[in-house]
Every structure is written in structure tokens, then in C-alpha cells.
Design a protein around this ligand. Structure first.
Ligand code: PMP
Length: 462
């Protein structure tokens, strides 16, 4: 029996179009075209309802770090379902999976982190951050310290607080965002915004915008600065080496908290358990999600450094915040099984010492393609900047994102999930990708670039 007999594509698409509103989608054009129906996945490979095998170059949505279909996680989830499928962690109760997961996270995180507040997603984690930092300053009798400084083109989630902390202009346009009390500064995106400065000079300049913003707003009003160690959804923007040390200096000298959004960078993506460790950042709070469970079940959290936790734990009264699914026992069981795999199979170390450098070298060579202005990768997240005249840092005239969309569509047709952010092509494969699969990823990318180049030439864009 073929897969298409089991999953008839056309009626599924019709039902999907009739009833399902997709996230971040233009429903009219999606319904006209029809969604891809993914029916199963194993390791780094997806299979669609027509029986096509597709290399998952994005690990789902940057989350499937241990790869798809690990039976250990399925078994842990089934066992926990049988034992205690749900109970809450409000009102003086707890349960073994949440206790065990909190302990495991304290062991895996940098020494300063010994507490975690659980949520159901990265967005909820960033909403929690916002309420937590303000509560922290209120507890210290500095209630006027409320403003959070974030960055343009950052992504921190899709809830009202998450989307407001994020710096995505198209998101702000819908629904009257950002909410008050958030200030956005420049991102360290040298390729697009560095002008004539060297990356090092530009990194310093971008970081110093934080100091200028603190001065402008007033240190007595600023609660925290939030940033992803490497911007993910913004386009895998790897900051110049000068950036994080300068940010760390400013945060140390000023009385503001540093929040490293580890939702993508955490759990091995950069070859360390946390992206902060890669850059030597010592944050006060770390929102987490995605790789915490490798996406097997929804779970997130906020890791809290001791100096913050001490204040919150010893404050008088309740922290009036939490979610029905904070510390969901089955999601915790999935996370424990996932972290056990990451730890025992030394998958994080493998990203640093083996598969990371291997794929980075091959990826860097793509810079020789006439369509590529820059090929960058850190750990196992990478980007290609599509340009009309390689190697110049100049974008296609007119419609930003058109070349990216064409390239993304070829990529899918060629059997590789790559994502387009405007005219940047990005990848973030499962951390378990083999050398042979990495070779295949690069081969499919080259073919996709060739196809895109031919099409853009045909359309007179090159
Ligand atoms: N923070 C970062 C850095 C993210 O990349 C994301 C999701 N892409 C989020 C927060 C939001 O996570 P979620 O989609 O689980 O709410």
C-alpha cells in the first residue's frame, strides 16, 4: 500500500482549507495552493502524504534537536500518561516529573542557575520574564524600573508580550503593538546594516545603543535588556565578536537585568547547553522551550539565576502568575527523556567537536556560488544571504523576499526544508544529523541555488 492510499492528499487539503486557520499564513493563497501534508518523520527525514521524503533542515521549527521519532521519548510519555496524566503545580502541590526535571535543569545549566519556572511555550516564557523582572524590582522597592529594552528584528514569541518584546514590524502592525514599556534598539546585523564599518566596529556600535537607550530612558526606569544570543527567526544573525562582551559590560555597570532568550540557542544548538555559554554571557534570566523537549510535547520555562531567585523566593506574598500547564507531568516526562538522550549520547559535545565544524566548513564553501553574498553558520544554525552580484553586500532591487521565496519553493521541491527570511535562506537541522545527511543537505542546497539562479536570470533579476 502506498502512503497516498493511507493519506489521500486532496480530501485532507480540502478539509484543512475549510476549517484550519494556520499560524503566520496568508490563508487565501495557502488555501488556493493547498498545504503540504506531513504524515510521519524519523530522524532527520519527513514524509509527506504523496510519499515524498524531505530532509528536515529546520528541525521542525528549530526544536527537534534529538531528531524525530525517538521511541525512548514515546515510551516515557506513555508511561507517565498511565501514572499521572495531569495534575497542577498551583496551590501547594507538586509531582515527581516536575521535581526531577527542575533538578536536571539545575544540573545542566551554568552554576548560577538553580531555579526554573515552567510554562507551555517560548512565548509564555517571555510573558513570564516580563512579569518576573517587574516583580523583582517591585520587591526591591524600585517599582519605577519597568521598561524593557529589546531589539529590532528580534523574535520573542507571538503573545501580546512576546510579540511586543520582539522587534518584528509586521507583527507590531497587527493589533496595536508593542504594548507600552518596551523600547527597541538596533540589531547587530552587519551584513545588512554594517555599512562601511568592519564587523568589529559595527558590533561595538550596535551594543553601545543599549547604553545610549539606558541614558535616554533613565537607569532608574529600566528593568531589563532581552536578546537572543543569536537571532533565529530574524535570519540567523550571528553578532560580531565585539557585541556580547560590550553588552555584558554595560549590563554589569548598570543596574539592569540581562535576559538571554535561549528558546532556540538552548539545548545544544550552538554546541553548548546554552547559547549564553558560547558567548561567555552571564544572564540573570533564561527563557527556554523548543529543545527542552525537542518539540515532542509543548513545554517551556524561565531559568532564574540565584541572585534573582533569592529575591523572588524570599518576597512576601504570592507571585500571581502561572499556567494550567506549568510543569505538565507528561510534558516534563518528555523533557526528561529528551535531556537524557542529549546528555548520554553527548549530542551537545558532538555539535561543538564533530558535526558542527563538519557542516560549517561545507556551508562556508557555498559562499562561492554566484547567488550567495555571505554563508555563515554557528553550531548547527546557518544562513545564506542571496544577492544579485556576489560577493557584494547588496540586495535585490524591489521586492525584498521574492528571491528568498523562489529559493524556498525550489528547496522544498528538491526535498529539503530550508526557510526564507526575506532573502536570507536559513537552516537549523536536528543535532543528530549524520555526516552523510549533512553532505546531502549541502548537495540539495547547491542544486536549489542553481535552480534559483536560473529562475532569477530568466526573470531578469540577476
Ligand atoms: N523566543 C525565541 C528566540 C523563539 O525563536 C521563539 C519561537 N520561534 C519564541 C521565543 C516563541 O516560542 P513559542 O513559539 O514556543 O511560543
Amino acid at each position: 500500500m502506498t502512503v497516498s492510499n493511507v493519506y489521500p492528499t486532496a480530501p485532507l487539503r480540502a478539509l484543512d482549507a475549510a476549517h484550519h486557520l494556520h499560524p503566520f499564513s496568508d490563508m487565501k493563497s495557502l488555501n488556493a495552493e493547498g498545504s503540504r501534508v506531513i504524515v510521519r518523520a524519523k530522524g532527520c527525514w519527513l514524509e509527506d502524504s504523496d510519499g515524498n521524503r524531505i530532509l528536515d533542515g529546520m528541525a521542525g521549527l528549530w526544536c527537534v534537536n534529538v531528531g524525530h521519532g525517538r521511541p525512548e521519548i514515546a515510551e516515557a510519555v506513555a508511561a507517565q500518561m498511565g501514572e499521572l496524566s495531569y495534575y497542577n503545580t498551583f496551590f501547594k502541590t507538586t509531582h515527581p516529573p516536575v521535581i526531577k526535571l527542575a533538578g536536571m535543569l539545575a544540573d545542566l545549566a551554568p552554576p548560577a542557575f538553580n531555579h526554573v519556572f515552567f510554562t507551555g511555550s517560548g512565548s509564555e516564557s517571555n510573558d513570564t520574564v516580563m512579569r518576573m523582572v517587574r516583580t523583582y524590582w517591585q520587591t526591591l522597592e524600585k517599582p519605577e524600573k519597568t521598561v524593557i529594552i529589546a531589539r529590532k528584528n528580534a523574535y520573542h514569541g507571538s503573545t501580546m508580550a512576546g510579540a511586543s518584546l520582539g522587534g518584528m514590524a509586521p507583527m507590531h502592525k497587527q493589533g496595536g503593538l508593542p504594548i507600552p514599556g518596551i523600547h527597541h534598539i538596533a540589531q547587530p546585523y552587519w551584513f545588512d546594516e554594517g555599512g562601511d564599518l568592519s564587523p568589529a566596529e559595527f558590533g561595538l556600535k550596535a551594543a553601545q545603543e543599549l547604553e545610549a537607550a539606558i541614558d535616554e530612558i533613565g537607569e532608574d526606569k529600566v528593568a531589563a535588556f532581552i536578546a537572543e544570543p543569536v537571532q533565529g527567526a530574524g535570519g540567523v544573525i550571528i553578532p560580531p565578536e565585539t557585541y556580547w562582551p560590550e553588552i555584558a559590560r554595560i549590563c554589569k555597570e548598570r543596574e539592569i537585568l540581562l535576559v538571554a532568550d535561549e528558546v532556540i540557542c538552548g539545548f545544544g544548538r550552538l554546541g553548548k547547553w546554552f547559547g549564553s555559554e558560547h558567548f561567555g554571557i552571564e544572564p540573570d534570566l533564561m527563557p527556554i522551550a523548543k529543545g527542552l523537549s525537542s518539540g515532542y510535547l509543548p513545554i517551556g520555562g524561565v531559568m532564574v539565576a540565584d541572585r534573582i531567585a533569592d529575591v523572588l523566593v524570599n518576597a512576601t506574598g504570592d507571585f500571581n502568575h502561572g499556567f494550567t500547564y506549568s510543569g505538565h507531568p507528561v510534558a516534563c516526562a518528555a523533557a526528561i527523556a529528551n535531556l537524557t538522550i542529549l546528555r548520554d549520547e553527548k549530542i551537545v559535545e558532538r555539535v561543538a567537536d564533530d558535526i558542527g565544524p563538519y557542516l560549517q566548513k561545507k556551508w562556508a564553501a557555498l559562499a562561492g556560488h554566484p547567488l550567495v553574498g555571505e554563508a555563515r553558520m554557528i553550531g548547527l544554525m546557518g544562513a545564506l544571504e542571496l544577492v544579485p552580484s556576489s560577493p557584494a553586500r547588496r540586495r535585490f532591487a524591489g521586492d525584498a523576499g521574492r528571491a528568498g521565496t523562489i529559493c524556498r519553493d525550489f528547496s522544498f521541491r528538491n526535498g529539503l526544508v530550508m526557510r526564507a527570511v526575506r532573502d536570507s535562506m536559513i537552516i537549523s537541522p536536528p543535532l543528530v544529523i549524520t555526516h552523510a545527511e549533512a553532505d546531502e543537505l549541502v548537495r540539495l542546497t547547491e542544486k536549489t541555488l542553481d535552480d534559483t539562479h536560473a529562475e532569477l536570470t530568466r526573470q531578469g533579476m540577476m
